[in-house]
Design a binder for this molecule. Structure first.
Ligand code: HEC
Length: 162
């Protein structure tokens, strides 16, 4: 084969691979932009609404129905908390103090552990309440309460900063 033809062939191949590479690159770039709606950080307003209207509201219902020994209703409230826990992880706020000050709270191990704990104890509470096992339910309820408090103590900004 004359060298010119070979050169043209390589040039053509180069274009072909180049184009394929660009397409592949674009396909890769599209993924983060396509990032699922349910994984995006929440705005401050969305997060406050999550805490107050979803989680605090469900927690109040849980405690009221627990007191009345209304197992199914108390369990349903716990189900709401367990389902909402994934959203707690979408907090966009920062670490307030210490070595990691200014970093994203949701990337800290203790924050993630408290989110997991919230889900786990809410699920366990629901199971016990449905069975009417009030001794075990009380232990899970106390653990939920401790988890809310532990996370707030470290991560909730003081009232005057809001
Ligand atoms: C993993 C961490 C975490 C857990 C667990 C958690 N919270 Fe929160 N919560 C926060 C943070 C962070 C804020 C502060 C949000 C802000 O002011 O930007 C907050 C704020 C709140 C607020 C105030 C909202 C406002 O408008 O300022 C309420 C009410 C609340 N949480 C209820 C609860 C209850 C009830 C539970 C447990 C059933 C709970 N939270 C569990 C992290 C958590």
């Amino acid at each position: 084969m004359p060298y010119r033809k070979i050169a043209v062939l390589f040039l053509a191949l180069g274009f072909a691979f180049g184009a394929a590479g660009m397409v592949a690159g674009q396909a890769k770039d599209e993924k983060p932009a396509d990032k699922k709606e349910d994984e995006k950080p929440l705005t401050k307003a969305e997060y406050d609404a999550l805490m107050e209207k979803e989680i605090q509201d469900a927690w109040n219902k849980l405690k009221i129905n627990d007191r009345k020994k209304m197992g199914e209703k108390a369990a349903e409230a716990a189900d709401v908390i367990a389902a909402a826990s994934a959203k707690v992880l979408r907090y966009d706020g920062k670490v307030l103090d210490g070595d990691n000050k200014g970093k994203l709270a949701r990337e800290q191990k203790d924050f993630k552990d408290w989110v997991d704990a919230l889900k786990k104890h809410a699920e366990e509470y629901a199971k016990h309440a449905r069975k009417g096992d009030w001794t075990k339910a009380a232990a899970s309820r106390e653990k939920i309460n401790e988890t809310c408090g532990a996370c707030h103590k470290v991560y909730e900004p003081p009232a005057e900063d809001k």
